[in-house]
Design a protein around this ligand. Structure first.
Ligand code: HEM
Ligand code: NAG
Ligand code: NAG
Ligand code: NAG
Ligand code: NAG
Ligand code: NAG
Ligand code: NAG
Ligand code: NAG
Ligand code: NAG
Ligand code: NAG
Length: 331
């Protein structure tokens, strides 16, 4: 009796140890990484994000998107912030004339450098700024994992391959997330980021007049919204006008993005297909429905997915560097 209980305990401990070891190997980031090296880090970043949002509420959306486009390309390593090069991420198709907020990141970085010279990576600053942008816009808050180091390579061709396009069909979007180590729940919860921010006509005007060669607009688009968008985005226009991603509560981070999908009011094709495509019935539609019914469920899942996205391929230890300027690698 005693012996078998001992054996069981022994295996139990062994299993727990393997489990813990596995966790530490997989995620070397910690919430208190800068506790002693930069004790005021969170206050400094938040103060600058508050300033940026007072100046322009949309900036919260722009900073959140910057973090997403950083993480999908070679992991969250600040590579999206690097200037220059013909094949830089900044010049890649999903990013050029599209990503915003680089100047805000510069301002945050210099405040952080003033307090703790050479200590905090640009990748971590972007992660904290994205979290603060969500919570200051009325969304959930959470403890961010930190300790990422900055990468030295900006790869525009890779960005073109891995960042989802609003014209992608469902299976392509899902596989781009799967390739990044994320799953279907992450696709839907993170798409909820489109509860704030704006998109240019060029990225949805294909839905407004002659959708997929049908000679008619996208039939899943609400007719009132269609008329508004046709006026905003004339066929001979330059495609640079912007429409809000969530018409109901533009700058508020809430679950209305999902309620819009139920009413045919998703702006991008990649938004509306989460509810209206044939593939959605057995995959994403039930998740969308659950976030419509329960805003807390959306917030909880969004936080978990943001943490998973923030954990994509972090550079730690002696990998990478702590950049002095977020725009250039150290010499
Ligand atoms: C599911 C695949 C996704 C696609 C196809 C997609 C596509 C887009 C497009 C085309 C825009 C407008 C860009 C422009 O006008 O130049 C946009 C904006 C935005 N995206 Fe996404 N996105 C996706 C997922 C995400 C994720 C995962 C996040 C963050 C967690 C995110 C956050 C945002 C935000 C906040 C904006 C507004 C930015 C601003 O106003 O500056 N998106 N997205
Ligand atoms: C780091 O700081 C946080 C918040 O101030 C605190 O809760 C935590 O216990 C600290 N961790 C360590 C290891 O000092
Ligand atoms: C940080 O330290 C370096 C030398 O280690 C110095 O050149 C630089 O001016 C310092 N920056 C700030 C903001 O204090
Ligand atoms: C950039 O990404 C492409 C596509 O994966 C790859 O072929 C290329 O080697 C990468 N370039 C650099 C400098 O890492
Ligand atoms: C995605 O991964 C999370 C965390 O492992 C899990 O809770 C969730 O059920 C997964 N979703 C799907 C659709 O497999
Ligand atoms: C719609 O596009 C298709 C394919 O590009 C084209 O053949 C057709 O003439 C267009 N219809 C209209 C009404 O413009
Ligand atoms: C749209 O705006 C960008 C700059 O934001 C500009 O480079 C581009 O030429 C504009 N497009 C057109 C068609 O005017
Ligand atoms: C947003 O939706 C709510 C119902 O969910 C509605 O009462 C409200 O009028 C809508 N606001 C706008 C600006 O569309
Ligand atoms: C998906 O659901 C809609 C509405 O319930 C239905 O009209 C459509 O036929 C379904 N499509 C498939 C492929 O099951
Ligand atoms: C909504 O989701 C939260 C978080 O998962 C859960 O605790 C709560 O019971 C759900 N509420 C309803 C009405 O289902």
């Amino acid at each position: 009796m005693k012996m078998s209980s001992f054996r069981w305990n022994c295996c139990y401990f062994l299993l727990i140890n393997i489990f813990l070891l596995n966790l530490t190997v997989r995620s070397q980031l910690t919430t208190d990484f800068y506790n002693s090296s930069c004790p005021n880090l969170f206050k400094i970043v938040r103060k600058e994000v508050v300033k940026a949002l007072i100046n322009e509420m949309r900036m919260g959306a722009s900073l959140l998107r910057l973090h997403f486009h950083d993480c999908f390309v070679n992991g969250c390593d600040g590579s999206v912030l690097l200037d220059g090069g013909e094949d830089s991420e900044k010049s890649a198709l999903p990013n050029v004339n599209s990503l915003r907020g680089f100047d805000v990141i510069d301002t945050i970085k210099s405040s952080v450098e003033n307090a703790c010279n050479g200590t905090v990576s640009c990748a971590d600053i972007l992660t904290i700024a994205a979290r603060d942008s969500v919570s200051l816009s009325g969304g959930p808050s959470w403890k961010v994992l930190l300790g990422r180091r900055d990468g030295t390579i900006s790869n525009g061709s890779l960005a073109n391959l891995v960042i989802p396009s609003p014209f992608d069909p469902m299976d392509t979007i899902v596989s781009k997330f799967t390739n990044a180590g994320l799953n279907l729940t992450d696709v839907v919860s993170l798409s909820g980021a489109h509860t704030i921010g704006r998109a240019r006509c060029a990225l949805f005007s294909n839905r407004l007049f002659n959708f997929s060669g049908t000679g008619s607009p996208d039939s899943t688009l609400d007719t009132t919204m269609l008329t508004d968008l046709q006026n905003l985005c004339p066929q001979n226009g330059d495609g640079n006008a912007t429409a809000v991603l969530d018409r109901n509560s533009t700058d508020l981070f809430d679950n209305h993005y999902f309620k819009n999908l139920l009413n045919g009011k998703g702006l991008l094709s990649s938004d509306q297909i989460l509810f209206s495509s044939d593939e959605a019935n057995s995959t994403t539609k039930p998740l969308v429905q659950s976030y419509i019914n329960n805003g807390s469920l959306f917030f909880g899942d969004f936080v978990k997915s943001m943490i998973r996205m923030g954990n994509i391929n972090p550079k730690v230890g002696s990998d990478g560097e702590i950049r002095k300027s977020c725009r250039v690698i150290n010499s």
